[in-house]
Design a protein around this ligand. Sequence first.
Ligand SMILES: Nc1ncnc2c1ncn2[C@@H]1O[C@H](COP(=O)(O)OP(=O)(O)OP(=O)(O)O)[C@@H](O)[C@H]1O
Length: 300
Amino acid sequence: MTGSGSPVSVRDVDIRFGDFVAVRQANLDIGAGEFVCLLGPSGCGKSTLLNAIAGFVIPVNGEVTCGDTRVTGPDVSRGVVFQSAEALFPWLTVRQNVAFGPRMRGVGKAQRAAAVDRYLAMVGLSHSADRFPAQLSGGMRQRAQLARVLANEPSVVLMDEPFGALDAQTRLVMQVELDRIWRETGATIVFVTHDIGEAILLADRIVTMTAGPSAGIKNVYPCDLPRPRDLTDPASAALFRQLREDIGAEVARTLRAQGLDDGHDGGAAGDPAGPAGAGTVPPSGVNGVRLADGDRRALR
Ligand SMILES: Nc1ncnc2c1ncn2[C@@H]1O[C@H](COP(=O)(O)OP(=O)(O)OP(=O)(O)O)[C@@H](O)[C@H]1O
């Protein structure tokens, strides 16, 4: 099952889109069964790095390996959960969506049915197995995506802001559920998010990135707080403030580079009370400069 095998290794990775250097000299090792969150300002390169692990983009320098295998393209052993639930096949029921991967891999009917039942139960969708994606709520579609990925028994599950489009309440439920599922399966998960609180709730390690272009790994924060986690406990709140300062500095750097900043450090934005002060980033943004939605979320 997931988590028993291949760790991921990102070695000296540079990623370009034409002349644009999106990521430069990224290095990251992810252990089997680890839950790693990539956190950083909007547009810094989190998805690009995740896509390199998925095999959707290939580095111009360096390499990504999964176990002993160099990543040269997408593979079922690296399952991806996208923010958009359009990733589900709309003409298939939930059950058929989840069964699709095992069917393609030639898994026999009985074994396939057992796997589908297991993962549907795990994500809490057994009762909706015969519905089509259009008949599901946003949260249910994300559950279905996760079940579909898990049914392929991947070495690593890659999640690109999977809860980014959900309302706050559903998002919270999904975070708690994912924490439980991760503990149940021992899956290796790499999870991209803007949301500092989400990273603290979920990660074993939180990896921050510098603002692009030429984004890189900035800091790695071990996060070994007991699970399930509570953002209001003092250790979580302290980590939250540290991360907000880290990311705020990158946002401020971007604004300065764009000539939009008045010289103050973005890390000072919002309420220093931490998670309890959520929603305190002013509508006008940091130092009066309007922020991208993602950066506003990151600084809450
Ligand atoms: N296919 C592409 N072609 C050209 N540029 C790209 C491509 N994909 C990403 N980029 C650029 O690479 C940089 C990093 O983008 P990426 O989507 O990885 O950022 P991100 O941190 O995931 O952002 P967000 O959190 O807002 O989704 C951005 O400047 C983006 O415009």
